[in-house]
Design a protein around this ligand. Structure first.
Ligand SMILES: NC(=O)c1ccc[n+]([C@@H]2O[C@H](COP(=O)([O-])OP(=O)(O)OC[C@H]3O[C@@H](n4cnc5c(N)ncnc54)[C@H](OP(=O)(O)O)[C@@H]3O)[C@@H](O)[C@H]2O)c1
Length: 330
């Protein structure tokens, strides 16, 4: 049944310009890496997409291989879109990516023109779309000239199959080169998608400055370190959590006693701010104006709504930031 979206959906969300582009993205975007595959509840998946949309989350992030099985998140998202949000396509930003292994043989992964453009065609078919808004090179390919990979992104835009180009997991120097090539081709790079959270801060060394200089936006993936930066694991590994699932990318041995003691200390600091740890972790990323959007995952509408409330308290006292630094650097 067609969904009737909340008329107030745009009033509580913050929309940020993505780099120097004309495109605005919501401060929170929803990723479909986990919890939208064929192994997951279709009902919960649908409820999360519609709840997100009702709260002003206009951006949904996918990739060819999201599932499991690979491809099923795109298929499921396509179904939800066709049934419930069909007439809202122009109000939604959909991204997909190609880079990781999708099919057998020499053309099923990395960064060749052959792989990227075939994969995009497959993604469009699975989602039943004419175009995606953002098409990413999911990872740099050491064995393909960057000109070829960026040329494929540019070609996707020229074919009308994508509106903007993005790169993910590219190091600072690769980003500068990719940006120069894309600008020369006339399709400037819109966005970079790196892993960035309180626990993963490599972008702070150089990448953030490169993105600012190049006018490229940043969307931070795994902002909650896959659930570690929440209260989820404070009392063990709950049934149904990502770390408890065989196909989950968070492994039990990622949850070390050292990590847990930092999480507990951060949880206390968040409480003092009147926030949950997840909310504080999201706000902490958004304090840097170079961060366009924080790309969260969720396994329930409740988690999603609770994370959205991060937007109610984004500011930090310098003292709070110092305390957080102290815990992270201990
Ligand atoms: N470009 C890339 O290479 C790349 C790589 C990874 C991800 N991504 C993108 O980034 C998106 C987000 O990644 P992510 O799922 O790892 O993000 P995340 O936000 O760090 O982790 C999401 C997980 O944290 C837990 N969680 C969320 N809110 C919670 C809350 N309020 N309380 C307790 N637990 C909570 C849930 O785990 P449970 O399932 O345990 O409930 C949820 O599935 C992906 O969907 C994908 O779009 C991109």
């Amino acid at each position: 049944m067609a969904h009737v979206p909340s008329p107030s959906r745009y009033s509580s969300m913050i929309y940020n310009h993505c780099g120097n582009s004309g495109l605005k993205l919501p401060a929170l975007s929803l990723g479909l890496w986990h919890n939208f595959g064929d192994v997951d509840s279709p009902e919960t998946a649908k409820d999360m997409i519609l709840a997100a949309y009702d709260s002003g989350i206009t951006h949904f992030d996918l990739a060819n291989n999201y599932g499991p099985p690979p491809g099923s998140a795109e298929e499921n998202f396509g179904k939800i879109l066709a049934i419930h949000l069909k007439s809202y396509r122009d109000e939604i930003i959909i991204s997909t990516k190609a880079g990781y292994k999708m099919w057998d043989g020499p053309y099923g992964e990395w960064g060749s023109r052959k792989y990227l453009l075939s994969s995009l065609d497959q993604s469009l078919k699975r989602m039943k779309l004419d175009y995606v808004d953002i098409f990413y090179s999911h990872r740099p390919d050491p064995d393909t000239p960057l000109e070829e990979t960026m040329g494929a992104l540019d070609q996707a835009v020229r074919q009308g199959k994508a509106l903007y180009t993005g790169i993910s997991n590219y190091k600072p120097d690769q980003t500068t080169r990719a940006s120069e090539i894309l600008r020369r081709l006339g399709t400037p790079c819109l966005i970079h998608q790196p892993k960035y959270s309180m626990f993963e801060r490599w972008v702070e060394e150089k990448l953030l400055d490169v993105l600012e200089k190049e006018g490229i936006g940043l969307i931070a993936f795994s902002p909650l370190a896959q659930g570690l930066l929440t209260d989820r694991y404070l009392k063990g590994i709950p049934k149904g959590s990502r770390a408890s699932k065989a196909h989950g990318f968070l492994k039990k041995n990622d949850i070390t006693p050292e990590k847990l003691s930092k999480i507990a200390a951060l949880n206390d600091l968040a409480k003092k701010r009147g926030q949950s740890l997840a909310q504080m972790a999201i706000a902490w990323l958004l304090k840097d104006k170079r961060v366009t959007s924080v790309l969260i995952g969720a396994s329930s509408v409740q988690q999603l709504n609770s994370n959205l409330a991060a937007l109610n308290k984004l500011e930090f006292h310098p003292f709070e930031l110092q305390e957080i630094e102290k815990v992270l650097k201990e």
